[in-house]
Design a protein around this ligand. Sequence first.
Ligand code: ADE
Ligand code: ZN
Length: 367
Amino acid sequence: MSSPPATAVRVDEQQIRALPKAEVHVHLEGTFSLIDLLTLAKENDVPLPGPAASVFDISTHADYIAPEVTSGVGGSGAGSAGLTGFLRFLDWQCGLVRTPAQAARVAYAFAARQTAAGVRYSDVIVNPTHWNAWRGREHALLDALTAGLDEAEQDGLCRVSIAYSLLRSQSAGEAEDIVAGLVRARLPRVVALSVDGDEKVAGRTGEKFHDAFTAAAAAGLHRTVHAGESSGPEGVWDAIDLLQAERIDHGVRAIEDDALIARLIEDRISLGVCPRSNVTLGIYPDWTSHPIRRLVDAGVLVTLNTDDPAPMGTTLDVDWAVTAERFGFDLSDMVGFAQRSIDASFADDDLKRDLSTELSSVSATLR
Ligand code: ADE
Ligand code: ZN
């Protein structure tokens, strides 16, 4: 992978914020700020896993996070396995959300932070297995999150839809029951089925979730699938061939398989790429080795996202600016990322059209 050109200029973050855009790969579980966490911990009288200043220093906290309160992702602790330990940390912090008002508050705060980064529409991934106080009451959790998102929208913040995420270690039966429940309930903000969790720990899960995703598609739910993060290209093939994925979350390891790249392009399947997350969780050793530039140059529909911005210490506008600088993308490239984010989103057609029109006029003024 080549370094950015010597002439690379950091695209101004204010210009980036001004671009109407969507974020399509972000987990609500990864958006609690330090103040959110401190407030929740205090309200519930739960001790922090360490000093407040280093609460996001996940590798030092594995011992505080009891395995019995986790959603069973396996692994031996945060320090020993980046993604597995990180998922445990999400279990711990989502376990602090216990009341409908708390759930509504974190959803509202998410919409506010997205809006501040210039996001006009977001699909947010919610994996209820992390929210252990809501076990068996998952729809009540979704109702409470929806109340927060409704209030946010009424207050002029960005529109947010929910992708309900299965955990990779759940069984086929659990997944099918979840989809049947979603189809029955028709929850107003839930527009998609997703699957996340650690591919390396769970192994190939395409066959296991085939029927659940088929039922979701038949009921008109969109499909977005984590793959090609801790798995290789085979995870992405399974997502396309077995799960009818319209989008792949991450998918970066598709770069290792030319036939897969051709398939992604031909079927217009976008990759929700998150370079900072991949580097933070050790998928790539550094930004320089990350394949985002090669994927874009190959013609893959790449969107640029944060994954879990709060514990990774970032926001979308910052990550767009850093990515532009590191990989030599200019402002017109960033307009391309914005357009692809709108196109790849699960927003309704009217909103997509309005955002695209607005993006054209804003980008004309930036030239
Ligand atoms: N859940 C939250 N972040 C994730 C990631 N990077 N990979 C898989 N599952 C996740
Ligand atoms: Zn993700």
